[in-house]
Design a protein around this ligand. Sequence first.
Ligand code: APR
Ligand code: ZN
Length: 251
Amino acid sequence: MSIARAAELVARARRGVALTGAGISAESGIPTFRGEGGLWRQYDPVKVATLENFLEDPAQYWRVARERGPAVLAARPNAGHVALAELEASGHIAAVVTQNTDGLHRDAGSRRVIELHGTGRTVQCLDCGVVESRGDVQARLADEMPPRCAVCGGTFMKPTVVFFGEQMPADAVAQAFELARDADLMLVVGSSLVVYPAAEVPLVAARAGVPIVLINAEPTPIDDLADVVIHGRSGEVLPEIARLALVASGG
Ligand code: APR
Ligand code: ZN
């Protein structure tokens, strides 16, 4: 049974690396981008989350963010996030590499978290550089569209996330690849694996001979590369894997 097999691999791991995507936060009430009910089914990602278009008209992004904000700001970690934090605390996972910008891994207690696409918890004014919390800016969106900087009045308030067409944080990507090369287990959770270089991380691990456990609600392009594939909800599957792994390793 795949869950038992996955738990065996996790129980043996000491330098496991998890790569997560929007799917791990779906059960926290945050819509994913692709797949069932995905955000990019409602909005055109190029229009909404591309740097060039943002600079042309920040309101396009903020109108979507005004709608999505409450769910993201109210979201709490689910059992999947907590299971990964437990596996780090018990020494099976060394780090979580995430594409998510919702901050839920740290909220769940994960300590080593590499945010490849930045964090949506803060917003930065491109004119004067001041940084505000996303919650403070969200509170102004009812009257200000696009939001204005509280210090200089500038209208280019940009969330500290990586937009399409923007440089990824080079050190985060380098760290992720190094961890993947050095891992003794790669756990891929809740990603459609279509956005690079994040989707490259499990390939780096595979090339280094690292076993892959893949948990996703639907098939992904690397299913046939994985040692174990579980098509299910991470909020149910991960806690079960963690429970069995901790029992097996006497954790
Ligand atoms: N449990 C496990 N998997 C799930 C769940 C769940 N409860 N719910 C959805 N999924 C799966 C979907 O089937 C889908 O394959 O999670 C995957 C989410 O894929 P995407 O929505 O494409 O999210 P992600 O892979 O993180 O996107 C990568 O694209 O738009 C950019 O910057 C954005 O970081 C994002 C990047
Ligand atoms: Zn400013």
